[in-house]
Design a protein. Sequence first.
Length: 254
Amino acid sequence: MTLNEVTISRAILEEQHQTFLDYLEMDVAVVGGGPSGLACATLLAEKGIKCALIEKKLSIGGGMWGGGMMFPRIVVQEEARRLLDRFGITYREFEPGYYVTKSVETVAKLTAAACDAGVEFFNLITVEDVMIHGDGRVGGLVINWTPVDISGLHVDPLTVACTCTVDATGHDAMVARMIERKGGSLQVKGESFMWAERAESQILNHTREVFPGLFVTGMAANAVAGECRMGPIFGGMLLSGERAAELVAERLGR
Ligand code: 48H
C-alpha cells in the first residue's frame, strides 16, 4: 500500500467536518473536561443522550493531572468509591474511607469511559458566550478556537444549539459568569476558603439548574454558591457529575 498525504488530510477534514455539522444541534453540551464534566457527559451518553464535551485545552482531564501539588495521586472518599469501581479505576485504601488513585489513570479511564459511551469531544474550543432568545433559556453556546482566543485575533465565533448546558468549567464557573456579566439573573458568589468536609458534603446541594437551561457541576457548582474548596479530594467531583447527569436527564424526560 502506498500512502497518500492528501488522502490522510481528506480523511481528517471529512470526518470532523461531518461530526461538527452533526453537533450543531445536540441535547447537551458539557463545557469543561475535568472530572465532573467527564463523569456527567459519560452518564448522559450512556442513556443515549446526544452529548458533546467542549474543552478549551488540548488535553481532557482538567485539574486532575496534577494530583496534589504535582504529586500525581488523588484521594476519593468512601461515598464515591462505587464510581471508581464503575469506571474501573484502581485504588488503594490508605486509611478506612480514604482511597488513593493515580491521577493519570483516573483521567485516562474516565476519558475512555466517555469515549465508549459515545461522548463527542470538541477540544481546543473555547466557549466564549451563551445564546439566549426570547424564552430566556440558555439555548446554545458561542464557540471559537482556543488559539484565536489566546492570540487575541478578531475572528467572529460560531454557535451551536443545545437543549441543556452543563457548566463544568471548574473554579472560574465561566459559563455562569458569562450570564451574570451580561445581566442575567444569576449571581456567582465565588468559591470560599478550604474546608474539605464542608465543601464535599455540600457539593450535591449546589449541583443544580442555576439558570433556565444551565446546570452547574463540580467546582463550578461550589463557586456559584460561594461554597468552600476541598483540595485534592475528588469524590465530590465525580458524585456531582453524576448528580448533574441525573438532573439533566430528568429535564430531558429521559
Ligand atoms: C471550554 C473551558 C472553559 C471554556 C474552562 O477545573 P476542572 O478540573 O473542573 P472540575 O470542577 O471538574 O474539577 C475541579 C478539580 O479539578 C479541582 O480543581 C479541585 C477539586 N480543586 C479543589 C481545590 O481546592 O483547588 O476542569 C474544568 C475544565 C478545564 O479543563 C478547563 O480548561 C475547561 O474546564 N474550561 N472549556 N470553554 N470557556 N473554561
